[in-house]
Ligand binder design. Structure first.
Ligand code: BDR
Ligand code: CA
Length: 338
């Protein structure tokens, strides 16, 4: 099986990514947390709690950067709930956070298993930027790097032009892409931006179908459940209760923003790309990130045409198959709940 080093800010769609990885049988080398959807510490607690519910409380969870390189730390409780997992509750245990900082965990893993671990980054890129400073050989030490972030054709989901992860730490994102410039194509990070991740528009009907496939009870969506705090789902599986209660919050958030009663599972898609499960098309490109102006903070600009005369630094995902992603998720979540 494949080793995956996961850097995340769970985060409801990050939680889906973790369920996907476990259910698909990926070997999770470690999970490192960074601030984004919630504080870095809360995200680490969430990751550890999710792993415990998933029966993997042996996986090391390490704390990464608590603030972006230069910008102040921001979180998004309106999108992911005050603790980052919507209405779901997981065991939050301080003692599960490793004594080792995220950077040490990464470098040891990558040096001990050169060319074997896939690095999946579904949060602001602060940890990756710091790791590249500490180990410039990182692109060769990783088997593959997969990033969720950016919005190439705009509009963004945080400002009209910027996606959340690149907006949170634009300096880190800029530094990361610069570090890959000119590397051979197979070393370039695969970037899943909003054009493809917003197509992973999950619905209550898809969740109920997933629960049915897993032989569990449906959520029973009804008006009296809207905005009811605390866990409600009685699916019969602790894993799927967490999933359903997290998603109920995410559906409501997207609804409030007039996107319909759907949830964009960005990080879930990135996880399937990391495990090689997703059928995708990609284009080699040059990505740069605006880190100076307020107006365009975190905006990703890509040059597919060689206008800048710079060497490629990324492969951006240009096409994906949402139905296949949903099917693979149903399968993985079913496995993870057994
Ligand atoms: C990204 O931002 C976060 O809120 C999500 O977890 C995802 O990683 C989408 O813009
Ligand atoms: Ca995330």
């Amino acid at each position: 099986s494949m080793r995956v080093l996961v850097d995340m800010d769970p985060g409801i769609d990050d939680a889906c990514a973790l369920i996907q990885l476990v259910g698909a049988g990926a070997e999770i080398a470690a999970v490192t947390a960074v601030g984004g959807n919630a504080s870095a510490r809360q995200c680490a607690l969430n990751a550890a709690g999710l792993l415990e519910v998933l029966g993997h409380d042996d996986v090391e969870v390490a704390l990464g950067a608590e603030a972006p390189l230069r910008c102040p730390a921001e979180t998004t409780p309106e999108t992911h709930g005050p603790q980052g997992l919507g209405y779901a509750r997981v065991p939050w245990r301080e003692e599960r956070i490793s004594a080792r900082p995220a950077l040490d965990v990464w470098l040891e893993e990558l040096r001990a298993h050169p060319g074997q671990s896939v690095l999946l980054c579904t949060a602001p890129l602060t940890n990756l930027a710091l790791a590249l400073r500490a180990e410039p050989r990182l692109p060769e030490l990783a088997k593959q790097i997969v990033i969720m972030g950016g919005a190439f054709h705009h509009p963004g989901n945080t400002t009209p032009t910027a996606e959340w992860n690149t907006w949170c730490d634009p300096d880190a994102a800029k530094e990361v892409f610069a570090a890959f410039e000119g590397l051979p194509e197979e070393r370039l990070p695969i970037v899943c931006a909003l054009e493809t991740t917003e197509r992973i528009a999950y619905t209550p009907a898809l969740l109920d179908a997933l629960l049915a496939d897993a032989g569990r009870s449906p959520v029973g969506w009804s008006a009296d459940r809207v905005r009811q705090p605390g866990p409600l789902a009685g699916t019969g599986s602790a894993v799927l209760d967490v999933l359903a209660d997290a998603l109920r919050f995410y559906f409501e958030f997207h609804h409030d923003y007039d996107q319909g009663y759907v949830a964009h599972l960005h990080d879930l898609f990135a996880a399937q790309v990391a495990t090689g499960q997703a059928e995708i098309t990609t284009a080699v490109t040059v990505i740069d990130v605006e880190a100076e102006s307020d107006l365009l903070r975190g905006t990703t600009v890509h040059d597919d045409r060689g206008i800048w005369g710079r060497r490629p630094n990324a492969r951006r995902v240009t096409g994906n198959d949402p139905d296949a992603v949903f099917a693979a998720f149903a399968q993985a979540a079913g496995e993870a709940s057994r």
